[in-house]
Design a protein around this ligand. Structure first.
Ligand SMILES: C[S@@+](CC[C@H](N)C(=O)[O-])C[C@H]1O[C@@H](n2cnc3c(N)ncnc32)[C@H](O)[C@@H]1O
Length: 265
């Protein structure tokens, strides 16, 4: 098990879909359609298959997807949800084995909400492998460190800084890039000759997204305690204020992400 709760992945999926840059998704689909018969897409860290569900409507129908994850329970959910509407197969694989990734013949490598968990070294090796196979890269929803609340609390800035530092601890791939993921990935891809575009894809959550906001906020306590920069009472006061503020009509929470599309030159 990877520890990624399918309930959390389903809860965030509508916000992710709304946030994704339509422009980059469509450009990825047009580029893929222009590749003739080579329409293989490999989605890494697929979870329950959110990337497939979001992109399939703007991708050529002939696209053949491989959904890859190391969590068998998430892969099973992805399998059940995929039905028979698209060409899709599934692979259980640990991404740390980059040489063993089934990238031969793949035109487009996709990932969502993944690269902020990954290290510079992992990204560098993956980019080299993608470049050697000549495949394009679409990487959506990379957290970029921005968190804003319209209803302010005095600890907001300190919480954001501590949370962002925790984002750069090891998440299974070495020291994580966290908020720097999309910009570092862009530099690594450009160095391999890719044409790279970045687009903002923030979540903007109001009272209508109360369940997502509550679940998101409840995920703060453990990292804030682990990083140890704020007293426990401060963390709990901040959390209880934030959980109440979710229901205020004027309350908004913005969480920044960046989508990236890199096309081989
Ligand atoms: C934040 S979730 C994103 C899931 C999905 N892409 C989405 O947008 O809903 C990260 C995913 O990466 C997978 N993952 C984490 N470490 C992995 C590893 N070493 N090998 C393969 N998959 C991994 C997790 O199982 C999880 O499905």
């Amino acid at each position: 098990m990877s520890g990624f709760d399918p309930g959390w992945l389903f809860l965030r999926e509508p916000a992710d879909r709304l946030a994704r840059s339509e422009d980059l998704a469509r450009e990825a689909g047009s580029w893929l359609a222009a590749q003739g018969s080579a329409l293989e897409v490999l989605d890494i860290g697929c979870g329950t298959g959110s990337t497939l569900r979001s992109l399939a409507p703007v991708f050529p129908q002939a696209a053949r997807w491989i959904l890859l994850d190391n969590d068998p329970a998430l892969l099973e959910q992805a399998r059940q949800l995929a039905g028979e509407t698209v060409h899709v197969s599934f692979a259980r694989h640990d991404l740390n084995d980059i040489a063993g990734l089934p990238l031969e013949g793949v035109s487009l490598l996709t990932a969502s909400a993944l690269f902020d968990l990954c290290s510079e070294g992992f990204c560098a090796q993956l980019v080299k492998r993608a470049a050697s196979e000549g495949c394009a890269v679409y990487a959506a929803l990379n957290y970029d460190g921005v968190m804003r609340w319209s209803v302010a609390h005095p600890l907001d800035q300190a919480v954001r800084a501590a949370f962002n530092r925790h984002q750069q601890t090891d998440k299974g791939f070495g020291t994580a890039l966290g908020p720097d993921a999309a910009s570092r990935l862009a530099v690594l891809l450009e160095a391999e000759g890719y044409r790279v575009r970045l687009a903002e894809s923030p979540w903007v959550m109001g009272p209508g997204e109360a369940d997502l906001q509550r679940s998101f906020l409840k995920g703060f306590r453990q990292p804030l305690m682990e990083i140890g920069e704020l007293p426990e009472t401060g963390i709990d006061d901040w959390l209880s204020f934030r959980l109440k503020a979710v229901h205020m009509p004027e309350s908004r929470c913005e969480v920044g992400h960046l989508d990236l599309l890199a096309l081989p030159a």
